[in-house]
Design a protein around this ligand. Structure first.
Ligand code: AHG
Ligand code: MN
Ligand code: MN
Length: 331
């Protein structure tokens, strides 16, 4: 027997768990297919003329890269027609996207960050796509912003793709987290990590240290103690990694443990990362892999969103470290 393909895995999951509808499995396959196309485009880089700026700004006032826009369009085109969705929302669109009238409506809402790690596109460092699937509220045919404002614990599936040396898809349907590697020759996602489990302890942290002067006291204390190493209160040396693509940093945490932080600070008063299409899907996956995710005070998946593009402080990864950071916030 060869490796399990994404399609086989999705069928196995449906057989094992009655609540996983065929529609959800189909949706995930289509999202994955569209990420293969994004992966192929990224692989061509400058040869395909897809690097550089698009010359526009998104709702968060960030300059859109060509690839932000292309990936956004690819994901919409792939998912709007199939009858799985009643609505879509993306980092790159101010308002939820209305499914054209000629297509049937479905049970789900899809939210995504089409291209995560935009600052790394032009320098050939890993980037990715993040997605979250929520149930569409009953009786709603044309979901408005308020219909997307559900806490992360409502998610029925979440996933992300890292376009790195290998293209890797990580998903959860609420029964553990698994990873697939894209076989570029056959265009197939093959299961390469079953039952991902994050070690509870770690000696590796990820934070953008250029924000240090803006950090709040609990974060300052945590990082200072890590940096103090063997002779400090932690009694051991810590290592630091910061890729500046959440997808790649979170994949490392899933692979060998670690704590990833983009906390609220004096400059990022509400945090930097977006709740609905970055923090929620990643937190769902991290929890399914045995880790934890908090904004410092509240479990991310329990936060009631109030706006589509809301930002949030994020501390996630190895459980014991996340608990420690939370304790420092309480003290
Ligand atoms: P995006 O490219 O979708 O806007 O997200 C970038 C995010 C995330 O991937 C990363 O962890 C963080 O921004 C990097 O922030 P800094 O540039 O402050 O390091
Ligand atoms: Mn992002
Ligand atoms: Mn993005």
């Amino acid at each position: 027997m060869g490796r399990v393909t994404l399609s086989q895995y999705l069928i196995q999951q449906q057989r094992a768990h009655k609540e996983i509808a065929p529609d959800l499995a189909a949706l995930i396959e289509v999202v994955a297919r569209s990420c293969k196309a994004i992966s192929a485009a990224i692989g061509k880089g400058a040869l395909a003329g897809i690097l550089g700026s698009h010359g526009t700004q998104n709702v968060q006032g960030e300059t859109q890269k060509e690839l932000d826009v292309i990936s956004n369009e690819m994901l919409i085109e792939a998912t709007e027609w199939g009858g799985w969705l009643s609505g879509l929302a993306s980092e790159e669109m101010e308002q939820p996207y209305s499914i054209p009238a000629q297509y049937p409506r479905g049970k789900y809402l899809l939210l995504f960050d089409p291209l995560d790690g935009s600052s790394n596109i032009d320098v050939n460092v890993s980037i990715g796509t993040i997605f979250s699937v929520l149930p569409c509220p009953k009786g709603v045919n044309d979901p408005a912003e308020k219909d997307f404002l559900q806490p992360g614990r409502n998610q029925v599936a979440a996933g992300f793709v890292v376009y790195g040396p290998a293209t890797i898809l990580v998903i959860t349907l609420g029964h553990g987290a698994v990873a697939f590697t894209l076989d570029r020759e056959t265009g197939t996602f093959l299961l390469t990590s079953e039952n991902i489990g994050i070690p509870e302890d770690t000696s590796e942290f990820a934070i953008n240290a250029s924000n240090a002067r803006n950090w709040h006291p609990p974060v300052k204390r945590y990082i200072e103690e890590c940096l103090a190493g063997k002779t400090g209160p932690r009694g051991r040396d810590f290592n630091m990694r910061w890729i500046a693509s959440m997808v790649a940093d979170v994949f490392r945490v899933l692979s060998r443990g670690g704590v990833f932080m983009y906390p609220k600070d004096a400059k990022h008063e509400k945090g930097r990362l977006r709740l609905l299409y970055e923090a929620n899907p990643m937190s769902f996956i991290i929890e399914q892999a045995g880790g934890a995710a908090t904004d410092g005070d509240t479990r991310i998946l329990d936060i009631q969103p109030t706006a589509l593009h809301q930002r949030v402080g994020v501390v996630l990864g190895s459980k014991n470290e996340v608990v420690r950071v939370t304790d420092y916030h309480r003290e």
